[in-house]
Design a protein around this ligand. Sequence first.
Ligand code: COA
Ligand code: AMP
Length: 622
Amino acid sequence: MSYEEEYKKSIEDPAGFWSEKAEALDWYKKTDNVLSTDDDGIYHWFSDWELNTSYMALDYHVKNGRGDQAALIYDSPVTDTKKTYTYNELLAEVEKTAGMIASLGIAKGDTVVIYMPMIPQAAIAMLACARIGAIHSVVFGGFASAELAVRIDDAKPKLILSASCGIEITKVIDYKVLLDKAIDLAKHKVGNCVIYQREQFKADLIDGRDLDWQGLLASATPHEPVPVKGIDPLYILYTSGTTGKPKGVVRENGGHAVAMKYSMNAVYDTDPGEVYFAASDVGWVVGHSYIVYGPLLQGCTTIFYEGKPIMTPDAGAFWRVISEHKVKTLFTAPTAYRAIKKEDPDGELTKKYDLSSLVNVFSAGERLDAYTYQWINDVLGVPVVDNWWQTETGWAIASNLIGIEVMETKPGSATMPSPGFAIEILDDEGNRLENDEGNIAIKLPLPPSCLATIWGDTQRFVDGYLSDFPGYYTSGDGGYFDEDGYLFVMGRTDDVINVAGHRLSTGEIEECISSHPDIAECAVIGSHDDLKGQIPVGFIVLKANSDKDDETISKELVSLVRDKIGPIVCYKDSHLVKRLPKTRSGKILRKTIKAIVDGNSYTVPATIDDPTSLDEIKDVLA
Ligand code: COA
Ligand code: AMP
């Protein structure tokens, strides 16, 4: 079937299309109810079908002869460790870990927070929760205690699974100290914490609350998969919105499994038995979808990499992994390719390795700029596919659907909408635009796997995503279709920024900075950065009675942001100004500030209160 035929079918008959795709999975129960709406008018896929995602990802493959095939290869240059888990072995670990969690009173529908580094136990913990029908919420290790505390208060876990430490390039991060502080900060009282003690650093356990993972696991009884409904949540994953409070994206079991399985062929053209390497972290959506669930639901071998694209030990790190484990598909963020390009501009290190297994390279997380696209193409000599997606969707909204039909690539474009995504470009009043830039909106129903709600706050889901343009999901991204129907995603239309593929809210950074006792107000914008895509830059107004100098306040703000949100924000630049450029109604002119910082042209908004405030921005940057 051509892409056009496949796409048309998915839009004209969504229920028929996706029920056909659902046949590829081993359900406990199927019904005629493929697409339904709830009392709030929100769509759900496969609501009363029954499945277990962990069963589909593990037991099914063992039953079908893949038991001895590698399921997960842990490759950790930071600890000099490599370990392969076959499907038999991974299943055995997950069964016991599920038993361990169940023995602590965790059952279907309970929430479990997972705060772990990139060790196999993180994936095992996710699959173990899925096995007993518990809802996991993985929190990225680069977030500080206060961020973890916010997520604990929102997800209200009965149990936290964590590890003694994470390993960054040159340092050991004491996860337990971060976890203890988060638990102190949180209002919600957690039952137990199970801590995986790593060799590199052993944590002190708190009596009566903390339990030793390895000790508990040794006596755990393997647990059978528990059937859940399609509509039952598999996980909550928090992502940044425009306010300081992160949004808990809820992913349901049924639609997620169908979309993951489908995308492994349609988007990634990767078959069972092939090796898939998503260089990300389980704390992000790419990690959920394409380090853990997608490749395992497809019966692939997934690479679980604990390292960086550079410095572990050099910019040939990914090429080593590809050659050693015969990777067919590589998927990472543009920032990782740019980091490699910076260290090894001519791709000399690719020549050290046999990369003949590599067939396709994928990029997502931020716009793949034309230079980076060309560079990957030149040094690797394989097709490069840009995917546009969001935590909310869980899989690519647009891509070159190479598993259906290979289309010509246009650098800078994410190519065409994926089946099921009825993308339209709308102006601010909701009128449809042709070949013009505007808000990228998706006509409802969204295809399977897309968020079903915001955890505990359906109104926030409706207000944040479904109200701007009735009948559509608002993506928060702006862009356009060219005359050939290629989609160009140009960037966020809201206050979300993207730092090294990490999604952050400038509103949240502003809230954090404003909590400093010397700060009257501030504006944070995402300024262009050649390596990380964007980095946050703050413009700060001090309180009249503050006697702090620039250097002192800048240092204090750097540590405040690291301490409250986390080091991944990479907040380093603060500029002190007397006032912020605002409209007469008091709205800060962030877009204009950003244009000045990036050296782009801009027109002074007619509504500006005091045009000389822009001169001050230029002066502090000079
Ligand atoms: N746990 C604890 N700290 C973490 C962390 C984790 N899991 N991940 C990052 N950090 C810390 C780093 O140690 C660093 O701290 P520092 O300021 O004290 O040095 C800070 O957060 C910033 O880290 P990072 O964004 O990784 O920047 P970097 O300069 O160390 O590395 C890149 C730059 C481009 C190599 C790196 O950002 C990268 O690999 N990016 C790929 C992005 C990606 O996979 N995104 C996922 C979405 S697809
Ligand atoms: P996240 O939810 O962390 O995956 O971030 C989603 C946001 O990243 C999107 O809303 C986009 O702004 C940006 N993004 C992700 N992939 C792409 C892409 N291929 N092209 C352009 N922007 C992208």
